[in-house]
Design a protein around this ligand. Structure first.
Ligand SMILES: [Zn+2]
Length: 154
């Protein structure tokens, strides 16, 4: 290790593209599920060489365009999805409305007795969006329970 610190720089665009595509896995329903850190609100966190950034924002910037001050929202309602095709720009108001409409607390949205059949559906290979529609919950809720099951060995 050298004693002289080299100034940190943000990764070049081609490396940032690899950060997104290399740390996400493509799902049958088209979502790119972020496989690294997820914050408490369910969003993926990425390292851009300089700082920790929201993975979906980085994806939007790298594959679409710089979102500037606008919010990057999900058409698919899977917060940790980084598929640039599932992302769109919204104003603060849009985002709040979006969050309000799509209840960000998936835990509260599903009855306990439905969880076992939901997990069965995941195991049977049914797509996240189909399961969500069938159970009347958001795809985020399906993800939530799929992750929970792994945690608790349901
Ligand atoms: Zn998606």
């Amino acid at each position: 290790m050298s004693d002289t610190p080299t100034p940190r720089t943000r990764f070049p665009k081609d490396r940032l593209e690899k950060v997104i595509s290399g740390n996400s896995s493509k799902q049958p329903d088209g979502c790119w599920a972020w496989s690294r850190c997820i914050n408490s609100r369910g969003y993926g966190l990425a390292w851009d060489g300089l700082k920790v950034v929201l993975a979906h924002r980085l994806s939007y910037e790298v594959f679409n365009s710089d979102p500037g001050n606008l919010f990057v929202c999900h058409r698919c309602d899977v917060p940790h999805c980084v598929n640039p095709e599932h992302l769109f720009l919204g104003t603060n108001g849009d985002n709040s409305q979006d969050a309000y409409n799509k209840n960000r607390n998936p835990n509260a949205k599903i009855a306990q007795d439905k969880i076992a059949s939901l997990i069965e559906a995941i195991d049977s290979g049914e797509s996240t969006s189909k399961i969500a529609a069938r159970f009347g919950v958001t795809p985020a809720a399906v993800w939530y329970w799929n992750n929970k099951r792994n945690e608790h060995g349901i």
